[in-house]
Design a protein around this ligand. Structure first.
Ligand SMILES: Cc1cc2nc3c(=O)[nH]c(=O)nc-3n(C[C@H](O)[C@H](O)[C@H](O)COP(=O)(O)O)c2cc1C
Length: 193
C-alpha cells in the first residue's frame, strides 16, 4: 500500500514538474516579445514616406521618429533634373552626410527599427547614412521600407551597411508605392519582427 502511494506521489511530481517547466518557458517567450521595443524612423522630403510611416506606427502601436534635416529641402533642392541642385550634388557623392537636427534622440531602448525613406537616385538619401552614423545600432535589427517613383531598392542595403556595425542586421523590406492600408502594413510588420 505504502509503495503504491509512493509511486502515485512520484508520478504526480513528474507531471507537475513538466507542467511548471513548460509554463516557465512560455512565459519567458512572452516576456521577450513584450520587452521588444519597436521604432518607426523615417525621412521624407515631400510627405509620401511620412504618410506610410505614420500609418505603420499607428498600425503596430510603435514610437515614431522623424529624421529632420538641419536645413530643410526646398523644391529647387529636390530638382533631380538640375545637375547643380542640392540633392544631385549630395547623391553624386555617396560620402556626403547632410546634417540632421540634433534633438537628443536615443536609440538605446529599441531593438527593431522600421526605417523608411524615399528612393533617391536608386538608393537611400545620404541623410539616412547620417542618421545611422549618429547612433549606435549594434545588435539591432533594421527593416527598410521606402517609396519611389517606381525604382526598387537597388544597392540601398549595401550603401547603408557601410554606416552600421557588423552586428547590425539590415533587411531590405518593402516598397510601399500604392498607399497600403494599416491592416496591410501591420501584416507586413508582424512578419518582419
Ligand atoms: C532627388 C530625387 C531623386 C529621386 N530619385 C528617384 C529614383 O531614382 N527612382 C524613383 O523611382 N524615384 C525617385 N524619386 C522619386 C521619389 O522617390 C518619390 O517621389 C518618393 O515617393 C518621395 O518620397 P517623399 O515624399 O517621402 O520625399 C526621386 C525624387 C527626388 C526628389
Amino acid at each position: 500500500m505504502k509503495n503504491i502511494f509512493l509511486i502515485i506521489l512520484g508520478l504526480v511530481a513528474i507531471i507537475l514538474g513538466h507542467y511548471l517547466l513548460f509554463f516557465d518557458k512560455t512565459s519567458a517567450k512572452e516576456d521577450t516579445n513584450m520587452n521588444k521595443k519597436v521604432l518607426v524612423a523615417y525621412f521624407s522630403a515631400t510627405g509620401t514616406t511620412r504618410q506610410v510611416a505614420q500609418n505603420l506606427a499607428e498600425a503596430i502601436n510603435a514610437d515614431i521618429y522623424e529624421i529632420k534635416p538641419e536645413v530643410p529641402y526646398t523644391n529647387a533642392d529636390l530638382n533631380w533634373m538640375d545637375k547643380n541642385s542640392r540633392s544631385t550634388i549630395e547623391m553624386d557623392n555617396h560620402n556626403s552626410r547632410p546634417k540632421i537636427v540634433n534633438d537628443n534622440f536615443s536609440i538605446e531602448n529599441y531593438d527593431t527599427v522600421f526605417l523608411g525613406f524615399p528612393i533617391w537616385w536608386y538608393i537611400a538619401p545620404t541623410i539616412v547614412n547620417t542618421f545611422l552614423e549618429a547612433h549606435d545600432f549594434s545588435n539591432k535589427k533594421i527593416v527598410l521600407f521606402a517609396t519611389s517613383g517606381g525604382s526598387g531598392f537597388g544597392k540601398t542595403v549595401e550603401n547603408l551597411k557601410k554606416s552600421v556595425a557588423n552586428s547590425t542586421e539590415i533587411k531590405e523590406g518593402k516598397l510601399f508605392n500604392n498607399n497600403p492600408t494599416k491592416e496591410e502594413l501591420k501584416k507586413w510588420a508582424d512578419a518582419n519582427l
